[in-house]
Design a protein around this ligand. Structure first.
Ligand SMILES: Nc1ncnc2c1ncn2[C@@H]1O[C@H](COP(=O)(O)OP(=O)(O)OP(=O)(O)O)[C@@H](O)[C@H]1O
Ligand SMILES: [Mg+2]
Length: 533
């Protein structure tokens, strides 16, 4: 749940940052574009005027060649043909006479004339921007009428350039040349690179526009006024929007925010999992601790059960010295009353010896019965362990008339171990061996030890029943027992296995039905890291 909130928060922060940066970018971009269209507007204005002026100058050169009406009459057609041939933006040239038309020997279509007064007036009205008086006119001045649609193509706009012809200080006519503005500007567009869009108009009437239909333009515009021979043209220039870059940026930041949100989600999930892991580890540790504690309790129970098994033997072992003590106490009483004091001393000595014997037995049983958890791993003499074990079980053996044969070297290297636990293993093996020979004819159990390859080998072999080969793998399983209810718990071998394993050792068995079994415990002498149970 928390991870979702964090991710949404990160996503929202990402979007806000993206929004703020995009605003900042837009502002910067707008400023740049404003600058760019200003510069470009100047360039476009200059180019439009320059190209119109170039054309006008070309015509002016032609007009300047005519110094008389005869010059005009003679050269008109040839000059015009030459001009039209070299200038693609001019289709025709006409003369607007201000003196008697008859003086001009020109084809009809070259003259702007009118048959009636009204027509003439209209023609003059259309030219009211032109001086009609010689005194006002400047001969080399170029005028221009308002732009109008071409009579041939109503999609094309034409600018009528007008050149006064002054002969002998008399203004005799205007040469009028319609310049195809659209054609001229289209040509110009091809020759110089324009990155922004523009439109040209005169008093709100569109003259030309460079505004591709499907292209996107933004709101940034700049307006220029362009004066063309007395006519004011408006140049409107737009900046080309660059939505892709910004869009790309926004998409990118949204994507990054999204990825960041996902990362946060994963991170928080990881942390949660990590925490859960820690919790699980704690739980595992608790379970492990509980397991260890249960195992320790099991070991203890097994030991107490073993003690129960051998209790009869121990009782017998204590009973014997007790009887001796009783006999000697009686003897003491008799000897004291009869005055045989020298014999009392002997009795006391015997009582002392037997008491020490009992004390020894009690000590051994007591030390075996104590919780092995309390014992530390330390270097122990294996012979001490063997002696303790044998003294605990020997009476049981004797009682059951089982012969215990020992093959133990008189001295062995010290063994790093938990003494009580190893004693417990050996007692388990010896009790199992005794049980196995219970019904055998030959009741012999061997207890052997030897050193080999830095290991202590302890072997308990019997001439007992042996183990069914199919069951050999089960005997180390907890609670597996073939003994009658109340006799065996089925824990002896499984606990022995875990104790030996904990000592980094091994416990092996080989057995033959009817012939007996050999249990071998291998314990390393080297001090290794041991696992406490
Ligand atoms: N020396 C042996 N000869 C034959 N069978 C054996 C011998 N040692 C163990 N077993 C078999 O393995 C089983 C398991 O032994 P384990 O010592 O674990 O339990 P247990 O002796 O039955 O009970 P307890 O918990 O009292 O030891 C025995 O019941 C027996 O069937
Ligand atoms: Mg057993």
């Amino acid at each position: 749940m928390k991870s979702n909130i964090y991710s949404i928060l990160v996503f929202a922060i990402g979007l806000t940052i993206s929004y703020l940066i995009s605003i900042q970018l837009t502002q910067e971009e707008n400023l740049q574009q404003q600058e760019s269209i200003k510069t470009e507007g100047k360039t476009i204005s200059f180019n439009i005027r320059d190209s119109i002026e170039n054309n006008a100058e070309q015509i002016q050169l032609l007009v300047n060649r005519w110094h008389s009406i005869d010059d005009i009459n003679e050269n008109w057609q040839a000059d015009i043909d030459a001009l039209i041939r070299i200038n693609q933006f001019i289709k025709t040239i006409k003369l607007f006479p201000l003196i008697a038309e008859a003086q001009f020997d020109l084809p009809d279509h070259a003259l702007i004339t009118s048959d009636n007064e009204m027509g003439r007036k209209r023609q003059l009205r259309a030219r009211n921007h032109l001086p009609m008086d010689s005194a006002e006119v400047i001969s080399s001045f170029i005028y221009a009428s308002r732009a109008s649609y071409s009579p041939d193509n109503d999609m094309e706009m034409e600018l009528n350039l007008q050149f006064p012809i002054v002969i002998d200080e008399v203004l005799i006519a205007y040469v009028e040349v319609p310049l195809n503005i659209n054609k001229l500007l289209r040509y110009k567009l091809d020759t110089y690179q324009i990155t922004n869009y523009f439109a040209l108009s005169e008093n709100g009437i569109p003259l030309f526009s460079f505004l591709p239909e499907k292209m996107h333009i933004n709101k940034i515009t700049e307006q220029f006024t362009l004066s063309i021979y007395g006519q004011d043209w408006e140049l409107m220039i737009w900046s080309i929007a660059s939505p892709h870059e910004k869009d790309l940026f926004i998409i990118l930041t949204i994507l990054i925010s999204f990825l960041a949100a996902i990362s946060v989600k994963l991170l928080t999930l990881n942390i949660v999992l990590y925490k859960k892991d820690i919790d699980n580890n704690d739980q595992l540790k608790r379970v492990d601790d509980e397991c260890k504690s249960s195992q320790a309790k099991l070991i203890q129970s097994n030991k107490l059960a073993s003690l129960g098994e051998i209790a009869a033997g121990i009782a017998h072992e204590i009973n014997q010295p007790l009887q001796v003590i009783c006999i000697h106490t009686d003897m003491c009483m008799d000897n004291l009353s009869s005055g045989n004091y020298h014999l009392v001393e002997n009795s006391f000595k015997a009582i002392m010896t037997q008491s020490e014997r009992i004390e020894k037995i009690v000590k051994q049983v007591g030390s075996f019965g104590r919780d092995s958890e309390l014992d530390n791993y330390q270097k122990e003499n294996p012979n001490d362990i063997f002696n303790n074990v044998i003294s605990i079980v020997i009476n049981q053996y004797k009682q059951d008339q089982v012969e215990l044969r020992q093959v133990i070297p008189p001295s062995l290297p010290l063994l790093f171990c938990n003494k009580t636990q190893i004693e417990q293993v050996l007692i388990n093996l010896l009790i199992n061996a005794r049980d196995s020979v219970e019904t055998s004819e030959k009741k012999v159990v061997f207890f052997k030890a030897h050193v080999q390859d830095h290991n202590l080998y302890i072997q308990v072999s019997d001439s007992g029943t042996g183990i069914d080969p199919n069951k050999v793998n089960d005997i180390f399983t907890p609670f597996y027992t073939t003994k009658p209810l109340g006799k065996g718990t089925g824990l002896g071998l499984s606990i022995s296995y875990s104790i030996i394993h904990q000592h980094k050792g091994e416990i092996k068995v080989s057995s033959e039905i009817g012939h007996g079994s050999i249990f071998t415990v291998i314990l390393p002498f080297e001090k290794r890291t041991v696992t406490r149970i």
